[in-house]
Design a protein around this ligand. Sequence first.
Ligand code: MG
Ligand code: MG
Length: 268
Amino acid sequence: MIELLSPAELPRARAAGALVADILTSLRSRSTVGTNLLDVDRWAREMIDAAGALSCYVDYAPSFGRGPFGHHVCTSVNDAVLHGLPHDYALADGDLLSLDLAVSLGGIVADSAVSFVVGGARPPESLAMIAATERALGAGIAAAGPGVRLGDVSHAIGTVLTGAGYRVNTEFGGHGVGSTMHQDPHVSNTGRPGRGYRLRPGLLLALEPWVMADTADLVTDPDGWTLRSATGCRTAHSEHTIAITEDGAEVLTAPSPAPRPATAPPRR
Ligand code: MG
Ligand code: MG
């Protein structure tokens, strides 16, 4: 079933999206060399609780996972790309960390993911891979709007990924969002233009391009959750929740601009 939000519900979706964006921004800034993934998870829980929101992950128990996820944020490091189960690991300089967060606020879910390199190292291949997923996400958002076919969005995402030299895995992709985290329609990261569901105002979509450096094949970690590249290569993942509006597509999980200082700096 495809859920459509009424215009009156859109402010609640914006609030959920802003919360996810704020928490991810905070987690990203606190994820430095030596940070333990279990602390990242604890910070996520504290911020979700403080906002009066609900984690979409704690009780999440799909057929492809092992029991309830039991944590509040996905922490995927290097060859891990999706569903990274937080565990006792201290981040090292140059690690590629993907954080994926979905919460429900006011009965509406927002879902977003960000990838970045920890510390001062700047591994070019990792940065290029992250940039490709961000460009693909931007292309998907730019393609989305009322009357557009789902295949147009998938095609826009996939064209960027394959154009950057990556193969696209079609097992996992984006999805509808609403009162629950994973809804129809599935949003493949590759597709044919002009095909599929016609987007309508009120639809929320999580677009989430992800790639692995030299493979399209996944393996499941012994933890039963974390999905890793089959070759051990690095991976990247970017995700936003968007709302289809009468005018186009609105990004609900975009980070807010840097806060202005409370007082103006002294003039010289
Ligand atoms: Mg997500
Ligand atoms: Mg998602």
